[in-house]
Ligand binder design. Sequence first.
Ligand code: NDP
Length: 335
Amino acid sequence: LRDLVESGSLKESHMLLMTGTAKLKVPEGSGNVVLLKNLFLSCNPSMGVRMRNMKVGNSALFFKPGLPISGYGVARVLDSGSPNFKKGDLVWGLTTWEEYSLIIAPGTLFKIEHDDIPLSYYAGILGMPGLTAYVGFFEICSPKKGETVFISAASGAVGQLVGQFAKLLGCYVVGTAGTKEKVNLLKSKFGFDEAFIYKDEPDLDAAIKRCFPEGIDIYLDNVGGRMLDAVLLNMKIRGRIAACGMISQYNLDQPEGVHNLMKIIQKRIRIEGFLTTDHFHLYPKFLELVLPQIREGNIHYLEDITNGLESGPGALVRLFSGRNIGKQVVAVAHE
Ligand code: NDP
């Protein structure tokens, strides 16, 4: 919004107009812009990194002090200067943490075509985290029926879906989480074969060996650090690791060392990092797979929703202490 004002294409008077509830419109002449009413905001661990680094770098990725933070969310289009969206459309994609957002060049907004599913799901399983699970598991790890799959932060937004994809494919699936409640959910709600509380395991190598006496084919890494180190000791020959996230490292001044890298050579392990933003073209393919499974009740999704924009900061930090149980979402407004 400030960029629009500074470039002269939006006048302060327009902004005042927009803050009134009666006339919520995209100011004339502002071009390819949509005005959104935000409904749900998604709390993503990467937002912690973007916040932590905001004073050290000028990357567009980092938050700017004094401006609303950006992230994925679900919204209703109130007005549109874009040929791709019209008033009344429901969308998910990149928005800002405000009640109303003006989105310039809305290339990362996607129209919601199926509204028989809870709208909040488009902040999670049907949005960016869901696509992350799909890309990380199917595209990066090339899974096969009967393989052994290990998932860290398994009860979260990404992990719970990877586990269910793996079970649907006929894999043996083990996950980790930080509490007994989450571990129980992994087994009872999401159908994992085994799960353990990583915080209760002083020897992660031994805990993994207990669950994978023959070794791991696929590791979906959401945490990095000492878990990754222990996993490297337990991978099978030609195992695959999707480096999805490293939340255990995001708040450290000095990242922990990983000591077992030699295993990558000895066991011919393939480790591949990925960014979901490179794979948005796969979204239709992902929807085709996941929507029927949700509708038929074969895939479940657990959300942890707080109410009101003011609950946002608290909701976001819950991710880093593991207090979220399922996908952390902030409900900003009802339609
Ligand atoms: P989650 O919903 O899983 O929430 C984060 C969870 O991480 C917490 O609930 C907590 O669960 C666990 N956690 C927090 N701190 C630590 C720690 N120090 N050590 C181990 N576990 C910890 O988040 P998401 O599913 O949204 O994201 C999972 C991962 O995927 C993140 O690393 C994220 O950055 C990454 N990601 C990557 C993307 C990409 O494009 N590559 C896109 C989206 C997400 P617990 O109870 O298990 O401790």
